[in-house]
Design a protein. Structure first.
Length: 346
């Protein structure tokens, strides 16, 4: 017999994060900070206590408690995932049915529509327009017009770097008429979070990650935050041992260090602000567009994004090329300086 892939798999290609060895990588929105020696020693001690022959805690209870303590929320409403990729996959596979309407916005994180495709959703895309900003009333009207079953968007937005104010997001949740999945992966760099009220809504799922401000992208830790009903449903859908014991132990250890994490936030935000300030003279001189960022990156529209992208690669600097735009992660002081020097020379 000859086997043929089903239609939803045909034409799919593996995700390509960008290969090559670049001295300066500002393409993936990772933190430029790595745990200092004193924290590495604590992590090493926690890992040494892990029983490698046993399955990990299926509830990741200690990790979720540390997360809840840091963000000031009840851990009963927190569930850990193997990165937000796993969480998004489960949401598309289990919180929608084939033919359900998934509303996403454009521009936004491209993987949302990928997971919607795997979930066999009907997809409707709200276009933000030239301003790259969500109009809450227009988005609500779009969701109702499309008879949305799920609305999924990031705030602050990846890639635009803009944040929607808290009250506008509340309006969307109240009036969209569907399940709202709010990805707050970059909210540690802004101040409009809804994390402390997520459990108060019956139609809100809020997502967080350890990959950005916390600087733990290599551990693959994401978090689902929602009310008791949605939390119970998600826990029933996820695989029982989805977060490995090493990631649980390391993540718990880091999340307990509030002063350290608060300092990480200050350092990354300072780097972002310095990069934004450093780019402004170039933007004024060359007519480039850049909005004030609320993330750990800037979103830049130069006159020739493709040419600038290739020029930076030739200079040993990798950024993310996104059509007419470049998304540039805030790096260390040395990395930012090298980037600005290279841009000025191109």
């Amino acid at each position: 017999m000859s086997y043929t892939l089903n239609k939803k798999l045909q034409g799919l290609t593996p995700y390509d994060p960008g290969a090559g060895d670049y001295p300066v990588r500002l393409d993936a929105n990772e933190s430029f900070l790595t745990p200092p020696d004193w924290l590495r020693a604590k992590i090493d001690a926690a890992l040494a206590a892990v029983p490698y022959n046993r399955y990990p805690d299926p509830k990741a209870a200690a990790l979720c408690k540390a997360f809840g303590d840091y963000y000031g929320i009840d851990p009963a409403y927190v569930t850990a995932g193997n990165g937000l990729d796993e969480v998004l996959f489960i949401l598309a596979a289990c919180f929608t049915q084939a033919g359900d309407t998934l509303v996403t916005v454009q521009p936004d994180f491209s993987m949302y529509r990928f997971y919607g495709h795997l979930g066999e959703c009907r997809q409707a895309v709200y276009d933000k327009g030239e301003g790259n900003a969500i109009d809450p009333e227009a988005l609500v009207a779009f969701c109702r017009e499309q008879k949305a079953d799920m609305l999924l968007f990031s705030n602050p937005c990846n890639p635009t770097s803009l944040v929607l104010e808290r009250e506008a997001v509340r309006k969307i949740i109240r009036e969209a008429g569907c399940l709202v999945v709010l990805d707050e992966a970059y909210m540690d760099f802004s101040d409009q979070t809804l994390i402390r009220e997520a459990a108060d809504y019956d139609n809100l799922i809020l997502l967080r990650t350890c990959s950005k401000m916390l600087g733990l992208a290599g551990l693959r830790l994401g978090f689902f935050v929602a009310n008791a009903t949605l939390t119970a449903a998600f826990r029933a859908c996820k695989s029982p041992y989805n977060v490995n014991a090493l990631s649980q132990a390391a993540g718990e250890t880091v999340l307990k260090e509030k002063a350290y994490l608060d300092d990480c936030r200050r350092q990354v935000c300072a780097s972002r602000d310095a990069l934004y300030k450093g780019l402004q003279p170039l933007c004024r001189a060359r007519g480039w567009r850049m909005d004030k960022p609320e993330t750990n990156f800037v979103y830049l529209r130069p006159d020739d994004a493709a040419g600038l992208y290739e020029g930076l690669k030739a200079a040993g600097i990798l950024v993310r090329h996104m059509g007419d735009w470049l998304r540039i992660t805030a790096g260390s002081e040395r990395e930012n300086a090298r980037l600005l020097e290279a841009l000025a020379a191109l």
